[in-house]
Structure formats: C-alpha cells, structure tokens
Design a protein around this ligand. Sequence first.
Ligand code: HAM
Length: 430
Amino acid sequence: MQHQALPGFRDLYPPDTALKNHIINTWREVARTYGFEEYDGPPLESLNLYTEKSGDEIVDQLYAFTDKGGRAVALRPEMTPTLARMVAARAPALKKPIRWFAIPQLFRYERQQRGRFREHHQFNLDVIGEVSPLADAEVIAVAIDSLHELGLGENDFRVLVSDRSVVKSLLLAARVSEEQLGSAYAAMDKVHREKTANLHSFLLKAGMQKTVANKVLDIATVRGLTDVSNAIERAGGDTAATKNLSECVEALDAMGLGGMIDVDCSVVRGLAYYTGIVFELFDSSKSLRAICGGGRYDGLLKVLGGVDLPAVGFGMGDVVVGELLKERGLVPFEGMGLDVFVVGVTPEDVPEVMRLARSLRGLGLSVEYPLRSQALGKQMKLGAARKARTAIIIGPEERSDGKVVVRILATGSEERVELSKLTKEYLRPD
Ligand code: HAM
C-alpha cells in the first residue's frame, strides 16, 4: 500500500524547502531592519479563540476536534487571535507601540487550488498600541519591502488600500442595515472573482432591496481618494472620514512607495475583526490569490483579552509568494552546492578522508565524502552530482607526503598542495 500526503498538504522536497527558507529568511531580515521582534505561540488553541471574532468563513475552515481532556480545540488557522491573547495577557508590562512578528504554520480546511493549500507558513507582522495611520503605513511598507527584497518590483505587484469605516458609512448611507453589513462586505470582497448577477442575487437573499444591492456593488467600484471623498459627500457623510486613509497614503508617498498604492473600495477583507484601514497585495495580473492581506483591528484585544489596545498588521503566505517567484524566474538557487567533496584513492585512505573532512567542516565549509570505499571514477561522479566546487583527492602518496590534490570540478584544473594550505579562503574564494 502506497501512502500519500493528505489533500492540500505539501511534501516539501529539498528544492521546495530551500525556496521556503529563502522566503522566510528574507521576511525575517526585512522585519529586523524595521525593528520588529519575533514571537511564537502554540499551534493548537481553544476553539473559542476563533469562534468569537474571526468570522464564519474561517470558522468553517477550522481543523477542530475534542482533545483527550475533553477540550474543544483547533489547529491555528491564523495568528492574529493568538497574538491578541498573548499581548493582552502581559499588556501593562509591554512598551507601546509593540512591534512584533511571527512566521507560524497555519491550517485551514480550504478547497485546494493554485496558491491555496490546507497548510501554509505566514509572515505576520503587527503594531499594537498605536492609533496613528503612520502605523498602518509602516506595516504596509514592510509588506512592500519584503517583496522588493525577494526581487519583485513595481511591475510585479500592486497594493490595494481601503478603509472599512469609510466603506461602512457609505453602506449605511445606502440603506444597508447593520445586520446586512457582513453580507455586503462578503459580496464586495468577491467583485473581481464572481459574476455581478450572482453577487446581486446573494445580496437579495440577504434581504436587501434591488436598489440597495446595486448601490453596494457600485460602492465596490469606487477608486482613488478623490472619488472616495466625492462618494461620501454625495451620500451626505462627513468627508473627514477619509482622514486616516489620506494620511496613510501620504506617509507611503513620503517613503517613496506611493506609486505602488491604489485606493480601491472593493478591498474589505474576509475576516470579521477589521475596523479601519484594510489592504491587500496582488500580483499585477491578479492571476493568483492575494499575496498579503491585513488591516486595522482596534477591537480584537478587548474582545479576546479585555485590554483596549488599537492594532494593525498583515499576513503574507509563503505559497503565493513562492508561486510568484517561480513565475518570474526569481528562484535564486538550484540545490545546495558543496564546497568540498573528499575522495580516497584506496580503502586505506578512508580514515584520512574522514579526518580531513571533519577538520574542514570545523572551518565552516560544507563537506561530504562517499560513505563507502569505491572506484575513484564513481566517487568523482558523486562529487559532480553534489555540485561540489572542489574535490580533494587523497592517495597513499599524498598521505606519506602530507599533501593532497585539489581539483576545481568546473575546469578540471588540479594543484598538489600542503595540508596547511587548506584554509577557508583557499577552498571558498570570494
Ligand atoms: P488572510 O487574508 O486570511 O489574513 O491571510 C493572509 C495571507 O495568507 C493571504 O493573503 C495568503 O497569501 C495567505 N493564505 C491564507 N490562506 C492560505 C491558504 N489556504 N493557502 C495558502 N496561503 C494562504 C490573515 O490571516 C490575518 N490574520 C492577517 C493579519 C495579521 N491581519 C492583521 N494581522
């Protein structure tokens, strides 16, 4: 019987793992340059951490079960509730604003499709305890720079930004009731993916009049700060409502990132806890799901931990980023590439091969040797397959002279050198 990974779960072979690590290392490095500290939490949490505020979509996708102690638990589908719980537990002792990031593995029982699995790693970065839109701009800048650092540029992705409180006031002015807001957001979230007729009938089913449903879909088409202000004015609202959004966009402008930003009212986000600015990053052709999504969630810490702290952050998945890097030819390496492959000419040379390999590893070089005594030709083939830069050949003659032969595999050039010449600089120039 052959076993396979469960649907939606990935077997990460070494090249896949190398790509994942490249993405994760880059995220970590960019977070560090912005002064964020890393945290982590448990992969299994109480079920009610998610049922309280994350919203129906994510609750439907939970891997939930009762543990042996009779507790209702769930594998974490997102990090934000864990973060809110952890910060709330120690809030008085933590210097605000808190700037934290994590790279957890998350689990969602989703329908598998391109860029969407049932497990993924997600870069989560949040600022807690700061109401200023400069905090929103700061996290958006990290999201942009982490993609820049991976080699993705202006032509590869866009940042769509909106403000849920602005959209909410437009919806209320269009006579959407408080109870219907969730359905309105759900429909707006799908305007780019779903046929208008389907969204329309979804809104009618949610109890809206035809004209109200039309207005909801119209609001989703509003683009640009000026049009957002005009829409608010037409609806009889206060145009000062766009103040946060304008300040956030201006701050990104000041950082030289304004060219990447589109104000777009169709961005409302699927999760229920967002209260203010929301944003999503998409590949330019929008052929993949969102690369990154986030926003302001000023009420979540209060609900989950009884501490009233404003918060803003994002999640960025390794799957979508990996797809995009592959699509753009930005996967930077093929396999590991050894520094040195050590070979022995006769079985008697094997102990010296092992001694030398260990001492070179002590210098920080990556070194391998065949795990059995073999003909020299076979050993050299294995060294080439391992993409070793050099082969070090030890035979009886070399052993008696205290020397070795160093061969550069790419050129075939050889040199007979004293053991003392085998420094890191010599074996790994540049
Ligand atoms: P989210 O939009 O659910 O937000 O997920 C963020 C990103 O994670 C998505 O844009 C996508 O790249 C990736 N992602 C999500 N689900 C999957 C999946 N099934 N397969 C592959 N990639 C996936 C959140 O989770 C929020 N908690 C983010 C946040 C942090 N908001 C504030 N702070």
